[in-house]
Design a protein around this ligand. Structure first.
Ligand code: BGP
Length: 498
């Protein structure tokens, strides 16, 4: 089937400051919580050099120009732009000035995320997003960025993927400071981040009414594994935590009753139950929801949840050893792989249908907003051979996911663009450097970049704007009453790993 990209549909690539820059001790940068977290003796990688983009950013922009990438989404490192007293760092401003100006000179539209997980260490030490000072400093930082770069950057993201950050900070223990199984703290952090988001949106719209601002959510569907009441309930709870809580607040400006009920079901038996929403914050959320310009959707995988009576059991597959993941939360459910759905070596399902379903669901359930796919891509073990990587699997993956987006557009969803994660191979927060996502291979020994086959495919695609795809991605997925989990409950009893 031949598919054509709609006119003005944005096709771009993305990365995040901490995952690519390196240069942690340069340019007057202050420490981030991740710096010392990655130096734990049990950890096998760090971000000291990463993809060396702090030094090689010119090359990256030149690659974008040469390979037809006309929109580049990056994040700014808060730690480069503001010190512990909240003062602007001129060296940091100069660095990002040069990056933004070079994008514009190369006719590349910059999309900038203010924040993607790299919290300043001093704020993290005080309790991170649970401490009100973090929000105040974040707003001062947002104001600095809007004031300084707002004449040249016209698309902003307040946050990338706050659900992942909150859950890994307080539930799985995978992000600093590594707290475990405190869903109430995870939701509290998420709530604080959505309030900070709402205030940043209001601030920006007050300064640049014509500019565009959004937030990116990792919007991945949660399906009941089997079509039984117990599995539907588990999926309902999982989905409330993973999707509804955030989507309600940022798109509707309030938490819906059904979501509250699901959250309370989990939290009340645990500790203090769901915190109350402050009336002033509620009004910020409402105003921001109505003036939000777009929703960013990050999509990698879908989840299949089954009822679970046991305790919390998490085994993170950080090494890419297929079939070793366990994710079961007491009082919520257990996520399992479906044997007929392919997975990556890191156990992420490859299921483009989930992206279509999620887009349709957002379209049906929430007030209409333009959507940008802010991240999608395939992480693989890869080796350089004869100066390139034949990453046909990535090309297939991208084709199928773009095709799912085009199906959703045909069915009425207002999707305006698609950003490939990632521009260059980079540090994966909990997996290190073996999980490669880039359109450009980065040789870790010397930092050199090599275009993969997918970069050539993208150049051709962005020029012609048509592609050949498989059809049939537009049918809704239904839980299969006979579905078999790949991992049995014994598998889910494996030890906990931090
Ligand atoms: C998103 C993050 C990105 C990126 C991506 C891939 O949630 O926003 O920063 O890391 O996930 O995830 P991973 O690196 O764990 O494979």
């Amino acid at each position: 089937m031949i598919r054509t990209l709609p006119r003005d549909f944005v096709l771009g690539a993305t990365s995040a400051a901490y995952q690519v820059e390196g240069g942690l001790h340069e340019g007057g940068r202050i420490p981030a919580a991740w710096d010392s977290w990655l130096q734990r003796p049990s950890n096998l990688f760090d971000a000291e050099i990463a993809s060396d983009s702090y030094h090689r950013w010119r090359e990256d922009i030149e690659n974008c120009r040469q390979y037809g990438i006309k929109s580049l989404q990056i994040s700014f490192a808060w730690t480069r732009l503001q010190d512990e007293e909240g003062q602007a760092n001129p060296e940091g401003l100069k660095f990002y000035d040069a990056v933004i100006d070079a994008c514009l000179e190369a006719d590349i539209e910059p999309y900038v995320a203010l924040y993607q997980f790299d919290l300043p260490a001093d704020l993290a030490d005080r309790g991170g997003w649970l401490d009100p000072l973090t929000t105040e400093r974040y707003l001062a930082y947002a104001k600095l960025c809007f004031t300084h770069f707002g004449d040249r950057v016209h698309h902003w993201l307040t946050f990338k993927d706050p659900v992942t950050e909150s859950f890994h900070t307080h539930i799985t223990g995978l992000f600093p400071p590594g707290n475990y199984f405190a869903p109430e703290d995870a939701l509290h952090q998420l709530y604080r981040m959505t309030v900070a988001h709402s205030r940043a949106v209001m601030l920006y719209k007050g300064m640049y009414p014509g500019g565009k601002i959004g937030i990116a959510h990792r919007a991945e569907p949660v399906y009941p594994l089997q079509d039984t009441e117990a599995d539907r309930r588990a999926a309902w709870l999982d989905d409330a935590f993973s999707n509804h809580f955030l989507l309600d607040l940022v798109l509707d400006g309030r938490s819906r009753e059904d979501t509250q009920q699901a959250i309370n079901t989990v939290l009340v038996p645990q500790r203090n139950g769901y915190f109350m929403q402050d009336p002033q914050e509620a009004s910020f959320l409402q105003v921001a929801a109505s003036s939000l310009d777009f929703l960013g959707v990050n999509y990698y995988a879908s989840h299949f949840t089954t009822a679970w009576q046991g305790g919390n059991v998490i085994h993170h597959n950080g090494a890419g050893e297929k079939g070793t993941t366990t994710y079961a939360l007491a009082g919520i459910g257990r996520r399992v792989a479906r044997s007929e759905i392919p997975t990556t070596d890191w156990d992420w399902s490859i299921f483009p249908q989930g992206l279509y379903d999620m887009l349709m669901r957002i379209h049906r359930e929430y007030p209409a907003k333009p959507i940008l796919i802010t991240e999608n891509g395939l992480g693989m073990h890869e080796e350089l051979e004869k100066g390139t990587v034949e990453d046909d699997d990535r090309i297939d993956y991208l084709r199928q996911h773009i095709s799912a987006v085009l199906d959703a557009i045909e069915d009425g969803v207002d999707v305006r663009g698609f950003f490939i994660w990632s521009l260059v191979d980079c540090m994966s927060w909990t997996n290190g450097y073996e999980k490669r996502y880039g359109l450009f291979y980065v040789d870790r020994a010397d930092g050199r970049r090599y275009a993969k086959k997918s970069a050539h495919w993208l150049r051709d695609f962005s020029k012609r704007r048509i592609m050949l795809t498989l059809s049939g991605l537009g049918t809704a997925f239904h839980a299969d009453p006979d579905a078999d989990a790949t991992m049995d409950s014994e598998g889910a009893q494996q030890g906990i790993q931090g």
